[in-house]
Design a protein around this ligand. Structure first.
Ligand code: PLP
Length: 402
């Protein structure tokens, strides 16, 4: 099994020198220096708009921007760079898809109660505005989604199935391939929210069989403001862009306009050029470590977290056993609110974790029954066993005096 030297990896992340124990990478990851360097290079050496100027600076900016599209396409196993649309984040990607599909009252969307609000509210909005029927599949308390439940609700009226690949609360992995097969049997499309999978494991859109995949650069060592909506080639021509303007059209005259083909038609106006260049550097960085090695490293940490927490009195851990999930672990300490636990961890040991609903209220309130939410620990490639041990020692102390 390929592995990496975590101490060496840590040297790439200047923020770790502050002594923080950063366990909130599911919210946003830290940024390695190489990403910042590539962005600085853009700002200092060839800062110009793309696809507009014939001068060399603009040519270079355009080349780097399109090279990022190529890099991301190969990272997720897309057939062509044309299938990569740059957006701001996962949320924008899903909203873009929701409105570009032109859903109507004869259509049905199937989603789940496991979802982050970003993969729920756009569909509820389609229901309110356009009369789309939305049906929700319920996960088990551990966060498992059963393909048989999809089989029951997906019918020939279903236009789209929208599911998270990995839960941002429980870390469970959705059986996307099986669900995609059921969707396709009924002529429906499948959109995958890859916000918590693409940064942490090898994701290949062809193996998954998905039509759309959204993910965020800032959760995978890239800059904020960079994100991706993968749109399969066969769908590209059928989607209607949400915004129109500079960069989206081939021809405009008094009789109307003709849109460009390919991803440019979705990227109206000046895009986040520096951020996309940073995203390319982030993808290269992840690839240099190896996605399988990253996944194994996180799973090893997550197992230690799960086993350690399970032995502490007054701690309740949610979600399945480590072998069924990626790095995220949610828990509570009896007698304390999740926010109290997070505040104490920070002030006592400089440990950063997330607390609350994690933008997944249906899951946290209805499925887990936690009205105040949970504490969530989410490791990444720069976390160490020693950090997990410090965290467990802090939790024992907190639970002991609760
Ligand atoms: C599963 C999932 N989907 C969507 C999002 C939204 O991501 P962003 O805020 O980058 O749009 C998140 C963020 O935490 C997430 O975990």
């Amino acid at each position: 099994m390929e592995m990496f030297d975590v101490q060496k990896v840590r040297e790439d992340f200047p923020l770790l020198n502050t002594g923080v124990i950063y366990f909130d990478s599911a919210a946003s990851s830290l940024t390695p220096k190489t990403v910042i360097d590539r962005m600085l290079e853009y700002y200092l050496e060839y800062r110009a708009n793309i696809e507009r100027g014939l001068y060399r600076l603009s040519q270079r900016a355009s080349e780097e921007y399109e090279a990022a599209r190529k890099e991301v396409a190969s990272f997720i196993g897309a057939r062509s760079p044309d299938e990569i649309v740059f957006v701001k984040n996962t949320t924008e990607g899903i909203n873009l898809a929701a409105h570009s599909l032109k859903l109507g009252k004869e259509d049905k969307v199937v989603t789940t109660l496991l979802e982050h609000h970003s993969n729920l509210l756009p569909w509820l909005r389609c229901s309110e505005r356009y009369g789309v029927k939305v049906e929700m599949v319920k996960p088990s308390r551990e966060g498992f989604l059963d393909p048989a439940d999809f089989e029951r609700v997906i019918d020939d009226r279903t236009r789209l199935v929208a599911v998270a690949h990995v839960s941002n609360v429980l870390g469970t992995i959705t059986p996307v391939r099986e669900i995609a097969e059921i969707a396709h049997e009924h002529g429906a499309l499948i959109l995958v929210d890859g916000a918590q999978s693409v940064p942490h494991m090898k994701v290949n859109v062809r193996e998954l069989g998905c039509d759309l995949l959204a993910f965020s650069g800032h959760k995978m060592c890239g800059p904020t403001g960079s994100g991706v909506l993968y749109v399969s080639r066969s769908l590209l021509g059928k989607l209607d862009p949400l915004y129109l303007g500079g960069g989206t059209v081939e021809l405009v005259d008094l009789n109307g306009y003709r849109l460009l083909e390919g991803p440019a038609k979705f990227e109206a106006g000046t895009p986040a050029i520096g951020e996309v260049i940073g995203l390319k550097a982030a993808v290269k960085y992840l690839e240099s470590l190896g996605m399988n090695a990253i996944e194994q490293h996180e799973k090893m940490l997550s197992k230690k977290v799960y086993e350690g927490l399970s032995q502490v009195d007054k701690v309740e851990v949610y979600g399945p056993e480590p072998k069924f999930k990626l790095g995220v672990t949610s828990f509570n300490v009896e007698g304390l609110s999740p926010h109290d636990v997070a505040l104490i961890l920070d002030s006592m040991a400089k440990i950063a974790v997330r607390s609350g609903m994690h933008c997944a209220q249906p899951l946290v309130r209805s499925i887990l029954g936690r009205q105040q939410g949970t504490v969530r620990l989410s490791p990444y490639l720069y976390n160490t066993v020693e950090e997990v041990e410090k965290f467990l020692a802090a939790i024992e102390q907190i639970a002991g005096s609760a």
